[in-house]
Design a protein around this ligand. Structure first.
Ligand code: ZN
Length: 210
């Protein structure tokens, strides 16, 4: 069972790749067995397709049959790309006359409108679901706030990267929040592995939006 943990790397997306910051990520003890003696050890790293060159540091506890990976803050969880990239798409849709108009403006020339619409709608649905969960988890901060990027930006006086800000504000709740903001493990039938799921989610058009 793979578990993702928040990694406060302090790097931008580009810095994380150029400095290979996953190499300096550290997890001092097993999250399941604080007293050790479970065989907990570094378990290499795995690649993320998007942004290119990104790798994620990973550990393994043989006793708990569990891998732990340190997800840097700027990355979307269990979804391709960065939080800022996804947020920009959803923010554009919220300000567009229609979802169709936003998808048309964002798509590359070789991407059909139908494909772009699916791509955009998926991001809008996931981000709005995550914001809805964040609003209900953080009533002291977000009570009465609509679960949209622009409403939460206004509410938190945060002009950009409100998802990144929420990672910080909701740090104690990330394991209970859904992707791409939170680190909650997906529930899926058949016992499929999350990493395989992540690969299936690889980058799809339109690429111009990042
Ligand atoms: Zn352990």
């Amino acid at each position: 069972m793979p578990v993702q943990l928040r990694y406060q790397s302090g790097h931008t997306s580009d810095e994380y790749v150029t400095q290979q910051a996953w190499r300096s990520a550290s997890l001092s003890c097993c999250p399941l067995h604080s007293k050790g003696r479970c065989g907990f050890s570094r378990h290499g790293s795995y690649p993320r397709v998007d942004p290119p060159g990104t790798r994620i540091a990973r550990w393994y506890c043989p006793q708990g049959h569990c891998t732990f990976s340190l997800l840097p803050e700027h990355l979307a969880a269990r979804f391709p790309g960065t939080l800022a990239g996804i947020e920009a798409v959803v923010a554009a849709v919220e300000r567009a006359p229609s979802v169709e108009a936003a998808a048309d403006a964002l798509r590359a020339d070789d991407v059909t409108l139908a494909t772009a619409l699916r791509w955009v709608r998926r991001r809008v649905r996931l981000v709005h679901d995550a914001l809805r969960a964040a609003v209900s988890l953080l009533p002291e901060l977000l009570l009465g706030c609509a679960p949209t990027v622009w409403a939460v930006r206004t509410h938190l006086a945060c002009e950009l990267s409100v998802l990144l800000r929420l990672r910080e504000l909701a740090a104690a709740h990330l394991q209970g929040l859904p992707r791409p903001l939170g680190l909650r493990a997906p529930v899926h039938r058949g016992g499929g592995r999350t990493e395989r799921l992540q690969q299936h989610l690889g980058p799809d058009p339109p690429r111009r939006s990042r």
